[in-house]
Design a protein around this ligand. Structure first.
Ligand SMILES: O=P(O)(O)OC[C@@H](O)[C@@H](O)c1c[nH]c2ccccc12
Length: 264
């Protein structure tokens, strides 16, 4: 238990070190200048895509994870993203955390340049620098994980995201975190069915926490979604969108798998 808990701490520590290193090559001020110098969409395409009628699918491009190890050894990330788009994904989630998920900033940049659906930066944001960076890479949304942020960081960074035209997917796993996310001004709340400290997956966490999220906030269910029955359960409870990684990444025919999940 203790060792497992340390994984989240280790990821956060590694991420802080990486950001500090990046700042030596490009300072926050320089990064902000770069962001301000190019015209960027301010119409929140990620939020819009999730607000459309019916359940929306956010499909994740992920090479590896701490719970599964390597998921896709050859990892043709652009091809995967294009397949997701053609299969009817509303948005794409791209891991950029390089150690535990073997992600890369470049994957995000190239995917955002290639597909026309909005792209979410999936990482462990522990510094505002990473939000500006997400914008520069072409993301339309950023994941903010309640468990690793203070109330003040949450509130400030949700505001920063919105001022940059980025949507914030605010991730929660407990009742207390849902309340913190609401208090901080979240417009999109994602329940992670996987406990990041123990890796245990329980889809009922979404069902339980949905009750605390008012209608006007977009409700996303994340992780461990495998079957049509999972989707039907989530739909019955008023879920707006699902975020699916492994189930799609492990399917040879992603379109067929997505259609199966959609009940087509
Ligand atoms: O591959 P899955 O079980 O379908 O899960 C996808 C996604 O929810 C998961 O990758 C995730 C959810 N929250 C995160 C935070 C950081 C890294 C990864 C995640």
């Amino acid at each position: 238990m203790k060792k497992e808990q340390n994984i989240l701490e280790a990821i956060v520590k590694g991420t802080r070190e990486r950001v500090n290193h990046k700042k030596k090559n490009l300072t926050l001020e320089e990064l902000q200048d770069q962001v301000r110098s190019f015209p960027a969409a301010m119409d929140f395409p990620f939020e819009k895509a999730l607000r459309t009628k019916g359940l929306s699918f956010i499909c994740e491009v992920k090479k590896a994870s701490p719970s599964r190890g390597i998921i896709s050894p050859d990892f043709p990330y652009l091809k995967i993203a294009q397949e997701y788009e053609q299969a009817g994904a509303s948005a794409i989630s791209c891991l950029t955390e390089p150690v535990y998920f073997q992600g890369k900033d470049e994957y995000l940049r190239e995917i955002a340049e290639t597909v026309s659906v909005p792209v979410l930066r999936k990482d462990f944001v522990v510094d505002a620098y990473m939000i500006w960076e997400a914008k520069l890479l072409g993301a339309s949304a950023v994941l903010l994980i309640c468990a690793i942020l203070t109330d003040r960081e949450l509130e400030e960074w949700i505001r920063l995201c919105h001022s940059l035209g980025l949507s914030a997917l605010v991730e929660v796993h407990t009742e207390g975190e849902v309340l913190r996310a609401r208090q901080a001004g979240a417009r999109i709340i994602g329940v992670n069915n996987r406990d990041l400290k123990t890796f245990q997956v329980d889809i009922n966490v979404s069902q339980r926490l949905k009750k605390l999220v008012p209608q006007e906030i977009i409700f996303v269910s994340e992780s461990g979604i495998r079957t049509r029955a999972d989707i039907e359960l989530l739909e019955r409870h008023g879920t707006d969108a699902v975020l699916i990684g492994e189930t799609l990444m492990c399917s040879r025919d992603k379109k067929e798998q997505l259609n199966r999940l959609k009940g087509k």
